[in-house]
Write a protein that binds this ligand. Structure first.
Ligand code: APR
Ligand code: PHB
Length: 391
């Protein structure tokens, strides 16, 4: 098999890249190790920055998103049993975010790809990336028990944190920057209308809690738990009781309960691999960087990477210049580190860490109080949350 761009992985990064290349008249083949149902039903975050919404719309993938997505103009910060709203448009020249689940973005992009664009092969596992430092990189892969090879002009590793693409970088070139956190999130989906019309980020002495949503009928809620927690150890009653404690306010706000349909634990990690390019192999999305979910940046960062790659390759096709491809890693990493900083700040601000001192705990409360009281501090949060423009 031969193609211009071999894409490993059909998460949001790989799927959107294939679509952007198709729109630009560049052919690609996507290899995805899992089956379609698995990819379409994985629970992930659900906040799209304005820039992400604009890209999906321009790529022709915005129809259902525009119909079903919920526009949010702010979030609530909750601590010391008080509620503080952060108003996005008023602080950022009109920016807002859209609540639309990543699984739905993937479903829309898969349907589009299978209908209009190049091959998307499920249950096709890339085994390696070979000859990345030549003009003819190759991806050996296995499908239906048979070995095959995808020959390409370029390979983009969109294969997530556990993928193979990153392992093709020579060890002397690779640098990893990492932090793991001594806690994770226990996430639930519940068939109950969200108890608040915006997301609520709550810091409590017992731990962080987040109220989010998937639709006007489905709530998504999270609890900070120790890193080694087994979701099965939490009964539904225990989850609701703990959420109620952490969300409690002095003004009688109530959390509505409902049937829990899904329960799982997500680990928290910050990770960046530098550089994001080796020869004709480019990394995009979780393959290159991970953020803790507190800032809801993972999907939006992946979108930034693939937009940057598609623009760079289009530029080369139109002008013959490799300039933007050569800049790919540096261009992406500038934005990646801003998102890493923002996600780290949101995470440490809102989670009482088990190993934190009483002094650090007081400092976090002081920072939250500053955000609640000071417009400049709130503006910084609102700009980070709604995302910096792609260019
Ligand atoms: N061959 C083919 N496919 C592979 C291989 C392989 N060897 N290894 C992994 N994959 C596939 C996975 O099955 C998965 O579908 O690559 C895909 C990677 O997708 P994601 O993990 O969703 O990563 P990405 O597209 O970068 O999306 C980033 O996902 O994890 C969230 O918070 C993150 O929202 C962010 C988004
Ligand atoms: C989610 O809805 O899953 C979600 C929302 C906001 C976050 C993280 C996750 O910060």
């Amino acid at each position: 098999m031969r193609t211009t761009v071999g894409i490993i992985g059909a998460g949001p990064a790989g799927l959107l890249l294939a679509r952007l290349l198709h729109v630009a008249g560049i052919d690609s083949v996507v290899l995805e190790s899992r089956d379609r149902a698995y990819v379409e039903h994985r629970q992930r975050a659900g906040i799209l920055e304005q820039g992400t919404v604009d890209v999906l719309r321009a790529a022709g993938a915005g129809e259902r998103m525009d119909r079903e997505g919920l526009r949010h103009d702010g979030i609530e910060l909750r601590f010391a049993r008080q509620r503080h709203r952060v108003d996005f448009p008023g602080l950022t020249d009109g920016r807002s975010v859209l609540v639309y689940a990543q699984t739905e973005v993937c479903k829309d992009l898969i349907a589009l790809q299978l209908r209009e664009s190049g091959p998307l092969l499920f249950e096709a596992e890339a085994l390696a990336v070979e000859d990345a430092d030549t003009t003819r990189p190759r991806v050996p892969f296995r499908r239906d028990g048979r070995a095959d090879v995808l020959e390409c002009d370029y390979v983009v590793g969109c294969d997530g944190f556990w993928g193979v693409a990153r392992t093709a970088f020579p060890t002397e070139l690779s640098q990893a920057f990492e932090r793991t956190y001594p806690y994770g999130w226990l996430g639930i989906l519940a068939d109950v209308a969200p108890s608040h019309d915006e997301l609520v980020y709550a810091r409590h002495d017992r731990g962080f809690a987040l109220l989010s949503m998937r639709s006007p009928q489905v709530s998504r809620l999270y609890l900070q738990v120790p890193a080694d927690t087994d979701a099965a150890d939490w009964s539904d009653d225990a989850v609701w009781a703990e959420l109620e404690r952490r969300f409690e306010t002095t003004d009688g706000w109530r959390l509505e309960r409902g049937p829990i349909t899904q329960k799982s634990v997500t680990p928290m990690r910050s990770y960046v691999h530098e550089p994001m390019r080796y020869g004709r192999l480019f990394l995009a999305g979780d393959a290159a960087h991970i953020v803790p979910p507190t800032g809801a940046k993972g999907l939006n960062l992946a979108v930034g990477d693939v937009v940057t790659f598609a623009r760079a390759l289009t530029h080369r096709t139109e002008t013959g210049s490799d300039g933007l491809l050569d800049d790919y890693s540096a261009t992406c990493l500038r934005r990646v580190w801003q998102a890493e900083r923002f996600s780290y700040d949101m995470t440490t601000l809102l989670h009482p860490a088990p190993d934190a001192t009483a002094f650090e705990h007081r400092l976090h409360i002081a920072r939250l109080e500053r955000i609640a009281a000071n417009r400049a501090a709130r503006t910084d949060l609102a700009e980070g949350y709604t995302g910096f423009p792609l260019d």
